[in-house]
Design a protein around this ligand. Structure first.
Ligand SMILES: [Zn+2]
Length: 206
């Protein structure tokens, strides 16, 4: 098995040594175990720098916002996923990368980069939409836990990642991120997910 030698400063070394001792391991086995456990996160292709400032500003104003372009096009299917429903102030989409089954994104219909830029009334409606969507996902996919992530550091147009979590998934006690290779489904499987989510939304509105 290949081996690596790592330079560590004294402080980090003693902290790791302490953590390893608490886990009843030597520091090498402790680090090897940790690296193995976190390999998916270590291998994620995360940008190390903010995009050029002009590019960011043009996204914030909405000028070049791909989410606005996708909303305007109104395609049922596009590279990001499948449209499930138009709610009060948002559009619910089943994400194309289904690395966690039932992963949806709730997109605000108006271009704002922050949820607090919406009027108070629309903030309330967006939250209600989120609750409707979450209950529908819960009915169809029966997750153990639901994660709501409003980030927007890559695409500053208000959207919420709704990630169902399941017992035994890869990142207990942490947010779950996609793996390098997208988990794509057959067209039938997406259609089926969309149909079940729509039925759940219909049943809830009765
Ligand atoms: Zn936008």
């Amino acid at each position: 098995m290949p081996e690596v030698t790592l330079p560590l400063d004294d402080e980090l070394f003693s902290k790791l040594q302490m953590a390893a001792a608490l886990a009843g391991m030597d520091i090498e086995s402790f680090l090897a175990t940790k690296i193995h456990q976190h390999s998916a996160q270590l291998l994620r292709d995360v940008p190390k720098q903010w995009m050029p400032r002009e590019q960011w500003d043009a996204l914030v104003t909405g000028e070049t916002c791909p989410i606005c372009i996708s909303l305007r096009a109104g395609e049922y299917i596009d590279e990001y996923g499948y449209t499930v429903a138009d709610l009060q102030v948002s559009r619910l989409r089943l994400n194309s990368d289904q690395f966690t089954p039932g992963y949806c994104v709730l997109i605000a219909k108006t271009h704002v980069s922050e949820i607090y830029h919406l009027s108070q009334e629309d903030q309330r409606r967006y939250f209600e939409d989120m609750m409707w969507a979450a209950r529908a996902i819960d009915r169809v996919f029966h997750p153990l836990k639901m994660n709501f992530e409003i980030l927007g550091n890559a695409l500053p147009h208000l959207h919420c990642h709704m990630k169902p979590r399941y017992y035994g998934d890869a990142a207990p006690s942490q947010p779950l991120y996609p793996e390098q290779e997208a988990h794509l489904l057959s067209a039938e499987a997406y259609e089926n997910g969309v149909r079940l989510l729509r039925e759940a939304l219909d049943e809830m509105s009765r």
